[in-house]
Design a protein around this ligand. Structure first.
Ligand SMILES: Cc1cc2nc3c(=O)[nH]c(=O)nc-3n(C[C@H](O)[C@H](O)[C@H](O)COP(=O)(O)OP(=O)(O)OC[C@H]3O[C@@H](n4cnc5c(N)ncnc54)[C@H](O)[C@@H]3O)c2cc1C
Length: 187
């Protein structure tokens, strides 16, 4: 049983995984390698002078796995409710999760299939997004959404930040109190 299964390993999903794994939550990321970020050249990500999209994605995945997140290359075909949480099925396997974070970028196919409520997007070229509350909760309790698919401005620093925000909300719900992750510089 994973505490959190994250669907998508773009800036949103990998950033979420970095936080949940670093918080000690058993984390699985499932990704089918279709990130739009692979086509990006980025010079507007605070703290990073310039970086290719593929490099940003690889570093993000490395940061998440450093803290114990597992990343599986596969396509999630469906999510079903179980007594304890959710069953997340791919073309090859199935996984149990207490919480699911949908971070599928521009794709809402899976979300629509599993009955997540959608609404029209407001960002350029984004037709449909998931209807989430300020915390990232969808209409199905325990399934959360973040990043492009949740309708935030489509920039890496914002989608990564939204992934982190939703991850912190999931961790806080698992812990039963607000969570903060601050490391102190050793003098
Ligand atoms: C050409 C181009 C240039 C850009 N330039 C910039 C720039 O200069 N600066 C900037 O800030 N932003 C830029 N962006 C935007 C940036 O890429 C996005 O804002 C951001 O990366 C989106 O992150 P995301 O994680 O939400 O989506 P994505 O990066 O698309 O990640 C979604 C992931 O979900 C996976 N996925 C989807 N469905 C499934 C499924 N069913 N099962 C398993 N995996 C699934 C996909 O394979 C993908 O890896 C650019 C985008 C493009 C296309």
């Amino acid at each position: 049983m994973f505490d959190v299964v994250i669907i998508g390993a773009g800036p949103t999903g990998a950033s979420a995984a970095l936080f949940t794994a670093k918080a000690g939550k058993k984390t699985l990321v499932i990704d089918n390698d279709k990130s739009v970020t692979k086509r990006a050249w980025i010079e507007n990500h605070y703290g990073v002078e310039e970086i290719t999209g593929p490099d940003l994605i690889e570093i993000g995945k490395k940061q998440a796995t450093k803290f114990g997140a597992e990343i599986v290359p596969a396509t999630v075909s469906t999510i079903t409710k179980t007594d304890n949480g959710f069953k997340v099925e791919t073309d090859q396997s199935e996984y149990e999760a207490k919480h699911v974070i949908v971070a599928t970028g521009m794709s809402v196919d899976l979300a629509e299939k599993v009955g997540l409520q959608t609404k029209p997007g407001t960002e350029p070229r984004i037709k449909t997004i998931l209807d989430v509350d300020h915390a990232g909760k969808t209409n199905i309790a325990g399934i959360w959404a973040a990043g492009t698919v949740a309708g935030v401005s489509m920039h890496t620093i914002i989608t990564a930040g939204d992934g982190a925000k939703v991850a912190i909300n999931v961790i806080s719900e698992l812990n039963g109190e607000r969570y903060v992750d601050h490391d102190i510089l050793k003098s």
